[in-house]
Design a protein around this ligand. Structure first.
Ligand SMILES: C[S@@+](CC[C@H](N)C(=O)[O-])C[C@H]1O[C@@H](n2cnc3c(N)ncnc32)[C@H](O)[C@@H]1O
Length: 280
């Protein structure tokens, strides 16, 4: 059905060759070839999720054709969480479903490999990614530390590399909104300027998953210095904005930090260019 829709759309568009949308056609053709469209329509029905079609193009096999095996084995991903993933930040996050699946996948590996410990995030904003981390910590009986000003950037952080930084970015949030989204159990909210805010927490250790998503060079550098040595073997260090070309400050901090560490970051093809390492 979807194919015929695409195909008739294609013919119609051919009639008006000057307006032909090759991108749209390629997306339809890709979906037809991979049978994703059909599969995901079924998935959405199964999960009562109907808000958007944008995520249907790239559901990994374990969460789609092998979902039953996945549920028997690990069963962390919950499609209902997509609402949390997009809440308050729909336009940005609905087109970043790869990142949602990637975060879930890292958690799956930790569960499957029995690597258990605390988690942390620097850069929480409305709590969309934090929700997954917080739920993981709860289910493991561990602690999730969430660091943010909850008021947006601090001007003192802006370096020459942070070319897209603006003062009012990410200021439209607050701690209560985040708490409501993530839940409070097993979660420590550290409100304040990072890294100074570390003095509110005491020593944080035994980390298995750290998510750095603070966009700017200065806090990214501080966060790497503090968290990298505190991640245990097998733990994930996930760094946002490495390859997107939008936050060169974050990329500079990451590249500088790993220059002499004998580590190479692995790039992830999500919307904003996440990269990752696993601690050896
Ligand atoms: C891109 S948003 C985080 C998005 C969130 N991780 C998600 O995926 O939904 C970046 C956040 O970093 C926070 N931030 C940046 N620099 C900071 C600093 N020095 N201290 C505390 N928070 C900071 C901002 O307040 C903002 O909320």
């Amino acid at each position: 059905m979807q194919f015929y829709k695409c195909f008739s759309g294609f013919l119609l568009r051919l009639l008006d060759a000057s307006n032909f949308d090759f991108d749209q056609f390629n997306i339809c053709y890709f979906n037809f070839l991979t049978k994703r469209e059909k599969l995901n329509t079924a998935l959405k029905k199964r999960n009562n999720y109907s808000e958007s079609e944008n995520y249907v193009q790239s559901v990994p096999d374990r969460y789609s054709i092998n979902i039953d095996r996945y549920k028997e084995k690990i069963n962390f991903l919950n499609f209902q969480d997509l609402e949390k993933w997009t809440k308050g930040n729909y336009a940005n996050n609905i087109v970043d479903i790869n990142r949602y699946f990637f975060l879930n996948l890292c958690i799956d590996y930790l569960i499957e490999e029995g690597i258990s410990g605390n988690v942390a995030e620097i850069g929480v904003y409305k709590g969309n990614s934090a929700y997954l981390l917080s739920r993981f910590a709860r289910e493991q009986g561990k602690t999730c530390f969430l660091f943010d000003t909850f008021e947006g950037f601090n001007q003192g952080d802006f370096s020459g590399h942070d070319v897209n930084a603006s003062l009012n970015a990410f200021s439209d949030t607050n701690l209560e909104v985040v708490k409501e989204l993530t839940g409070e159990k097993n979660t420590v909210f550290v409100k304040g300027y990072f890294p100074e805010s570390l003095n509110q927490t005491g020593e944080i250790e035994n980390l298995v998953l750290v998510h750095l998503d603070c966009d700017l060079e200065k806090p990214m550098k501080s966060a790497l210095e503090y968290f990298y040595p505190r991640i245990k073997k097998g733990g994930f260090l996930i760094m946002h904005d490495h390859s997107s070309l939008y936050w060169p400050g974050a990329q500079t901090a990451i590249d500088e930090f790993f220059k002499n560490k004998g580590e190479f970051v692995i790039p992830i093809p999500d919307k904003s260019g996440t990269c990752v390492i696993r601690k050896v």
